[in-house]
Design a protein around this ligand. Structure first.
Ligand SMILES: C[S@@+](CC[C@H](N)C(=O)[O-])C[C@H]1O[C@@H](n2cnc3c(N)ncnc32)[C@H](O)[C@@H]1O
Length: 455
């Protein structure tokens, strides 16, 4: 009971902090769990309540706004969060009996404040139980407004997905979006082969490892807890990376003799993959705008044991001022983007991103592409990637770049990709778009371009 109370209390505090500071949910949660004296089970409960509530926020608030006279936003912050996690449990979880959910919320409120607040919490939650049928979103949503309620998405995102990819993809995406993310890791093949790792993991750890069918170096883990706490992680046998994200390095396909630039490198997932594909030879320059993020890249490099990466801070649009005369055989531009493809893992993106943010992102991406065009050697390869499905940042961006730069041509060969990717992803001239439901992974856009020698 005590432990459950602290799990609930931590979830309430985290949600309050998240709302007040507009903080990144994953950073907030990871930091709190690292210091929390909770059992693994209770850490699981905190994670479920915290992410689940953010993931379903508009549905939960729709319910609460029908039960709280002046609206849920008029309540004290912690009371709002107590009600939110309780409605989340009552609507979407069947682990804890309804009466227990109400009882625990009321007791928690009593301990934290006074009888009046506990009475309000009791009244609202009992009100929900009395009217739960009318307060449950439609099981078969038809309109965008109903879909928005049932799947907890802003209407504009549903509209953008439908405009770009049609009704069927949109329905599949919405249905898949609420399932928990899959846990995938990239094997550091400079230390151990994928097969040897799978055997080792299956012998020595709880949970099951299996080879990814989407990428060469990927492994899917299930029932493993947080693999970052394992000894095999410590010694650099793997790194945590999404399957689609691993495809970016594979599509760039750098060779050991190359000099490669990663223009937006932090925290270093793809830069270290590039270093790995290059067999720790050649040279990788990993640049990021934010100096404080360089430590993340460096930690990655050190743990995995690569010596062919140089880390650089600065705005990559003007990076030639820092490294004059340096040109590259291959460039990765994994651009800052709206992130609509990673909502499953960063659910706050649903509520923090607005359509008006996209214009500014498109402008920065185009400027970064211009810098890339200058920094690339003739005959070199440019990969442009984003973790979004927003057309303006992806297909339209690449088409506009190709129009401005006749010295570039498209250079993606779908038949060289794993057959599952070739079968399920969406392809266009020089690019592929993976939507989050294709492999139950992150959504990624990857374009591969070649700078001609003859212009
Ligand atoms: C999508 S993340 C990169 C993820 C990274 N490639 C990886 O695989 O771990 C985009 C990164 O771009 C950086 N960034 C944004 N604007 C930039 C700029 N003008 N120059 C360099 N880096 C920039 C951000 O700090 C952020 O770390």
């Amino acid at each position: 009971m005590m432990e459950k109370d602290s799990a609930r209390s931590l979830a309430v505090d985290l949600l309050t902090e998240w709302e007040e500071k507009q903080a990144y949910s994953n950073l907030l949660l990871n930091q709190a769990l690292r210091h929390a004296k909770l059992s693994p089970r209770d850490k699981g409960l905190v994670t479920e309540l915290f992410y689940g509530t953010i993931q379903r926020l508009n549905t939960i608030d729709w319910v609460l706004n029908q039960l709280v006279k002046k609206g849920v936003h008029t309540l004290e912050a912690w009371v709002r969060q107590v009600l939110r996690i309780s409605i989340y449990q009552l609507l979407f979880l069947d682990k804890i009996p309804e009466r227990a959910v109400v009882h625990e919320a009321v007791q928690y409120s009593k301990n934290r404040s006074h009888k009046g607040i506990a009475g309000l919490v009791n009244g609202v939650l009992r009100g929900f139980l009395r009217r739960s049928e009318a307060l449950t979103p439609p099981a078969q949503p038809q309109t965008h407004a109903e879909q928005s309620l049932t799947y907890s998405f802003p209407k504009w995102m549903i509209q953008h997905m439908e405009d770009a990819y049609g009704v069927t993809e949109t329905q599949q995406w919405l249905a898949d979006s609420l399932l928990p993310p899959q846990l995938s890791v990239r094997i550091n093949t400079s230390k151990i082969s994928r097969q040897a790792f799978i055997e080792l993991w299956n012998q020595s750890e709880k949970g099951v490892a299996r080879a990814s069918t989407v990428t060469q170096d990927g492994v899917i883990l299930s029932g493993s807890g947080n693999p970052a706490y394992s000894e095999l992680f410590e010694i650099g046998y793997f790194t945590i990376q999404d399957e689609s994200s691993m495809l970016v390095g594979e599509i760039l396909a750098p060779t050991p003799d190359m000099t490669v630039l990663d223009m937006c490198a932090a925290p270093g997932g793809k830069a270290t993959h590039i270093a790995q594909i290059m067999e720790n030879q050649g040279k990788v320059v990993a640049c990021d705008l934010h100096p404080h993020k360089l430590a993340l890249i460096e930690a990655h490099i050190k743990r995995l044991g690569f010596t062919n990466v140089r880390v650089l801070s600065g705005d990559s649009r003007y990076i030639s001022r820092k490294i004059p005369n340096e040109k590259f055989d291959a460039i990765l531009l994994d651009a800052p983007c709206s992130g609509l493809g990673v909502i499953r893992r960063k659910p706050e993106i649903k509520w923090t991103k607005k359509p008006q943010h996209i214009e500014g992102l498109v402008r920065i991406q185009a400027e970064l592409l211009e810098a890339a065009a200058q920094l690339l050697n003739p005959g070199g390869t440019l990969v442009y990637s984003t973790c979004t499905f927003e057309k303006a940042e992806n297909q339209d961006q690449v088409a506009a770049f190709l129009k401005r730069h006749p010295e570039f041509e498209v250079a993606l060969e779908p038949q060289l990709l794993p057959s599952e990717v070739e079968a399920k992803a969406i392809f266009g001239p020089g690019w592929l778009q993976i939507l989050p439901h294709h492999f139950h992974s992150d959504g990624f856009f990857i374009a591969r371009l070649h700078k001609r020698n003859d212009i």
